[in-house]
Ligand binder design. Sequence first.
Ligand SMILES: C[S@@+](CC[C@H](N)C(=O)[O-])C[C@H]1O[C@@H](n2cnc3c(N)ncnc32)[C@H](O)[C@@H]1O
Length: 259
Amino acid sequence: MRSMNRDPTDNPSSWRTPPEARPDLDFVVRDLQRTFLRVADNLRWYEQTWLGVPIWQLPEDLVALQRIVFDANPKWIVETGTKFGGSAIFFASLLAMMGRTPEQGGGVITVDIHETAEARELLQNRPHRFASLVRQRLVGDAKAPEIIAAMSATLAADPGPVMVFLDDWHDGDHVYAELQAYSRLVAPGGILIVADTTFEDLADTPVAAPSEKYPDAKRSNPRVALGRFLSERGDFTVVPDYTSTGISNFPDSVLRRTG
Ligand SMILES: C[S@@+](CC[C@H](N)C(=O)[O-])C[C@H]1O[C@@H](n2cnc3c(N)ncnc32)[C@H](O)[C@@H]1O
């Protein structure tokens, strides 16, 4: 599927400088990451565009996601949280650059509880040049059984490796329920990513002030959900490297199914 042949030396483990173990600097690194993200997310530095389409991801995370997609080479990318359609087009464009065509099957599946006018224009009325690889667009609660069933039917009709990106409502119980449901779509070797696990760190800042949607971001958030999921499951493991160093809104939240 991938059009680019890989040089055997083109392996991050051989050419990347391994992160230097500097426990004496951990305190300042952690402070820097936390402060950067509290500024970036309050000042909305995640409001970017990709190929002309609004996307809500930090630039650093777009690079990390590109690395993950390239390494995992999934046939399908299932995402929750379509918003304006930016992440769907981002993932579709990566698959296209890796050589996938609509005729070969696979592509992006996306769901949102609200359909935005922007997403409708981009993915339906005046399709973006990569919209043909967005194969299924659903509107509804991402954890609703009928949504999962619709996605499962699409995947069963054209099986292949799946990557999941959970980026919708960052409530802890909701993300935990999603982890249980969407983990079933991922076979051994597949990737599951939980976005915005830094939400907890924003708890006492304006962007995460208590609201009807998020009454208590400190206690109910994606990081809590992920911790609970991992404590119960031996068949998923955190993939180090991609978002473990530097700046990310989902540090240590890239999982691989191992069993
Ligand atoms: C952070 S935005 C997604 C950003 C998008 N993935 C991107 O990178 O541009 C979160 C989206 O989740 C949607 N959402 C909120 N609750 C949801 C739910 N229960 N099920 C599905 N989508 C939901 C919102 O409507 C919103 O569009």
